[in-house]
Design a protein around this ligand. Structure first.
Ligand SMILES: N[C@@H](CCC(=O)N[C@@H](CS)C(=O)NCC(=O)O)C(=O)O
Length: 245
């Protein structure tokens, strides 16, 4: 669907919309974030965290992934047929990186990207790596917040992805001094890597103390706790989604 096309009337959301009041900003009017399963959808989690970190006041529109009408409904909103999809002030933006860049533009005070040009380039680079890479990790260790697999055997290609992520985190935490990847404030990078923290917990991935502490810090964020609680309360259990989603 073209960006400017008027979407036909959509069916009512299947789940009640939740509103998240963030810091007041000139950029806040009529924001809706379309997402799907909180248990399985790592991209939904990234988009939702970006909106929360930006301080956006938005409504959640949760589409159940097992509902046959869901694909049609997503298609009306998102040309890629993918979620997350943000609608804000009549502007529709899909694809997680684009949502992050848009939120940085409209909520610059949130600091989703670092102020320093070099750090900002670094942040964009590692967000890009997450967005386009780590396919072995994503397919072998799909996000599944309700589950826990002690002693999970990680195969070698997924281990190579884990090793690269560990190297990225060490570099960021040493360069910018933590506690988040780019220093004192949570950025786009923390949102992009947050589902990795949940995967490391779900699949019992053994980490060094620095990375373990970063994971625990991220899992302890109030937004993460709220998301995980909602994921565990989701009624849906879909075997087919126990793969990358
Ligand atoms: N590159 C996309 C990936 C989004 C994506 O894969 N979303 C999945 C859910 S996690 C989806 O919408 N699947 C719906 C479908 O395949 O019908 C982004 O950055 O947003």
């Amino acid at each position: 669907m073209a960006e400017t096309a008027k979407a036909p009337a959509r069916p009512a959301p299947k789940a009640p919309a939740a509103t998240h009041a963030g810091k007041p900003s000139a950029a806040q009017a009529g924001a809706t974030l379309t997402i799907t399963s909180k248990n399985y959808s790592s991209w939904s989690l990234r988009g939702w965290l970006l909106a929360r970190f930006a301080g956006l006041d938005f409504e959640e529109h949760v589409l159940p992934p097992d509902d046959p009408s869901t694909r049609a409904e997503i298609l009306l909103l998102s040309s890629s047929i993918l979620v997350p999809c943000l609608t804000h002030n009549g502007i529709r933006v899909w694809d997680t990186l684009a949502i992050g860049e848009y939120l940085h533009e409209v909520c610059p005070e949130a600091g989703l990207l670092p102020a320093d040009v070099k750090a900002r380039a670094h942040c964009r680079a590692i967000c890009g790596e997450m967005h386009s890479g780590f396919s072995a990790l994503r397919s072998a260790l799909p996000m599944n917040l309700r589950s826990h697999f002690p002693g999970f055997k990680v195969w070698s290609r997924a281990q190579a992805d884990i090793d690269r992520i560990v190297a990225i985190w060490h570099d960021c935490l040493a360069t910018y001094g933590g506690p988040y990847l780019f220093g004192a404030r949570r950025t786009m990078a923390d949102a992009m890597y947050a589902p990795v923290c949940t995967r490391f917990a779900t699949y019992d991935v053994k980490l060094d103390p620095v990375c373990q502490a970063y994971c625990e810090r991220m899992l302890g964020q109030p937004e993460m706790k709220a998301w995980i609680k909602a994921a565990k309360a989701e009624p849906i259990d879909i075997d087919e989604l126990d793969v990358e989603f």
